[in-house]
Design a protein around this ligand. Sequence first.
Ligand code: NAG
Ligand code: NAG
Length: 427
Amino acid sequence: MATARHFICSVLVVSITLAAAYVEELDDRFNEMRRSEPWLVEFYAPWCEYCKTFEPIWYDVAAELKSQGSHINVGKLDTTLYTDAVAEFKIRGYPSIIFIKGDKYFHYNGQRTKDAILEFTYRVSGPSVRALTSVRLFQHVLSRHQLCFVYVGGRSPLKGQFYKVASEFVIHNYFFSATVDVLPQAVTLQDGPSVVVFKDGSYDIYNEVRDGNLSSWVDRERFPRYFLMDSFSLYQMGERTKLVAVAVVDEKNPSAESIRYKSLVEKVATEYSDQYSMNFQFGYVDGNDYINGVVMGELPMPSLIVMNMSIDGYYLPGYTVETTEDLLQFLNSILTGRAELLGGNGFLRRIKRLYYRATSALKTSFASAPFGTCFLISLPLVVIGFIVMGICTAERVDDEKADDGTHSAVTHRKRAAVKHSEAKKKD
Ligand SMILES: *[C@@H]1O[C@H](CO)[C@@H](O)[C@H](O)[C@H]1NC(C)=O
Ligand SMILES: *[C@@H]1O[C@H](CO)[C@@H](O)[C@H](O)[C@H]1NC(C)=O
């Protein structure tokens, strides 16, 4: 037994050191090294606990790239020793994963898993527009990617714009170019060059007059009409100009109601896309962890919620949504300004939110939370937040009704604590 365990342990130690050997500890010479070769770099700080949790994944990423014979180097850089990097690469938290190729660099914002990081690396390390040279290749790409953009045609000003937009959005999506003769039969375009988005088993053609400039169209179209949103995609929605309408469900305990909510949202997303896709991004979310951070309380599951992620504001229907008409009525009330906007990012709400995130960060799993990050700038803010929260909640516990209509997690918890101690007294 003891020898077997000993053997396993030494195998583990050897393989970890081997994997670690593929990750180079970088120093100030990095600035010259990056000129000649592409690098995937983890920027970290020794005090950051999340960086330590992340380390084994990073070693796996390096070992996998090595075993594939990739020319991409993998490194890590201690930003407390090489502080210039923070400003140069616009680092806002740790660990930061950045792919660097000469003067260009791409921040990774997805889940911190080996596969997701490798996929990102593959996408950004190649050309931002890849050529589809045969019908078979075209079909292969369509079957492999849930969503992609394709330029079809010869040389044109539109092609130039497409390349420019592709280099901006390649961190999120795949971009291809093809000539008309390799177009699959199922696709028909009008004459002349086109940009096409393939998604949801169908396609849409960019129309400059109707859709505005190519960049804003790609930004609107770069998500499927309806999809499972993880915390990273929700986080990204903050940079967008659409409201996010989701069914919040517990996939491990799918009740009849949650299935109904999902299918209602999906139906509106697909059948009413013409009317609503300009203003809404539809989807569903498994679990309420991230959204609790927006509403700063416990959102029941299943729920329907519409969020304005850029200001952390949200709308709730306020009645039971039974039919498609109910849901459309809810969406219309938001568009016409009749629905009440809850939450938002006023100064106090922002401090409350930092406090909420700081206190709930411990509960959420690292790989699935965008806040599984040691923040560079907000750390002092969180401290201030704690102090301010202390002052505000001390004054507010008694007149909860005077609050902004929503129950904060803190007052909830305090109330629970009061009830608890009352119950104890009775015993
Ligand atoms: C595209 O249009 C958006 C707004 O519609 C604007 O903010 C952006 O600057 C435009 N981009 C280009 C490249 O013209
Ligand atoms: C979110 O709220 C802000 C501030 O009220 C507003 O300017 C913006 O248009 C809203 N976003 C959407 C997508 O409606």
